[in-house]
Design a protein around this ligand. Structure first.
Ligand SMILES: [Zn+2]
Length: 230
């Protein structure tokens, strides 16, 4: 049966990657919001209140989004496992054949593949099918609550940065300070994510920083336009 594709594996976001993405989003969205307000000429107090409201709204939206997406993924995995469990009980011979074919496609000869399938199934039939047929491994099993807390928490950490910078810097320096610190932290996070994932570090860091700069420039532009109109 060819009903399983490799596709559902790639959209599974590990908690560490979700955490880095969360912090990233927190910095980009809150720094952009703050720069827009600063460009409109809003007072520091209003900027800090809006930034904090943005932090809470963003964190909740991250938590809800992550929870929904990871739970629906967990539901899919569980129903796939249930179906596999039933198939194993109903027709173990066919299931052995199925696993054998998978190993043959990966390069084993039929006899060896059949042996490997039999021995793996004797130890943990569902585990062997989950891994090699469905592409579900224990470490990748979706954890919705963990994912929700992790991305909301990391979004808040990221969002705190530009808010603190506004609080701590003199009004004349706020725009420059928020832009620079945000870009530096975005680049560091990009580099960290790349290092963890084994991707090219400079490329990843500059990609994140460029998108962050674009977001901040656009919202600052919007703020400046409204500042002129108001
Ligand atoms: Zn199977």
């Amino acid at each position: 049966m060819a009903r399983h594709t490799e596709g559902h594996r790639t959209n599974r976001v590990g908690w560490l990657r979700a955490a880095v993405l969360g912090a990233n989003d927190g910095i980009v969205s809150t720094a952009s919001l703050i720069l827009g307000l600063l460009a409109s000429g809003a007072a520091s107090q209003a900027v800090i209140v809006a930034g904090t409201a943005g932090l809470v709204a963003g964190a909740m939206s991250m938590a809800a989004g992550e929870y929904v997406s990871v739970s629906s993924q967990a539901d899919t995995e569980n129903s796939e496992l249930d179906r596999e469990r039933k198939e194993l009980a109903d027709d173990p011979v066919h299931e052995h054949e199925e696993l054998t074919n998978i190993y043959v496609r990966r390069g084993l000869d039929v006899e060896l593949a059949s042996n490997v399938a039999r021995q793996l199934m004797a130890k943990d039939a569902l585990g062997a099918h989950a891994r090699d047929e469905l592409g579900i491994s224990e470490t990748l099993m979706a954890r919705p609550v963990q994912a929700a807390f992790s991305s909301a928490g990391m979004f808040s950490v990221g969002a705190m940065l530009p808010i603190l910078v506004v609080m701590l810097s003199p009004p004349a320096m706020q725009t420059l300070a928020v832009s620079l610190t945000s870009l530096v932290f975005l680049a560091l996070l990009g580099a960290l994510a790349a290092k963890v994932g084994g991707a090219p570090i400079v490329k990843a860091a500059s990609r994140v920083a460029i998108w962050g700069a674009l977001a901040m420039a656009l919202t600052a532009g919007v703020g400046a336009i409204f500042g002129v109109i108001a």
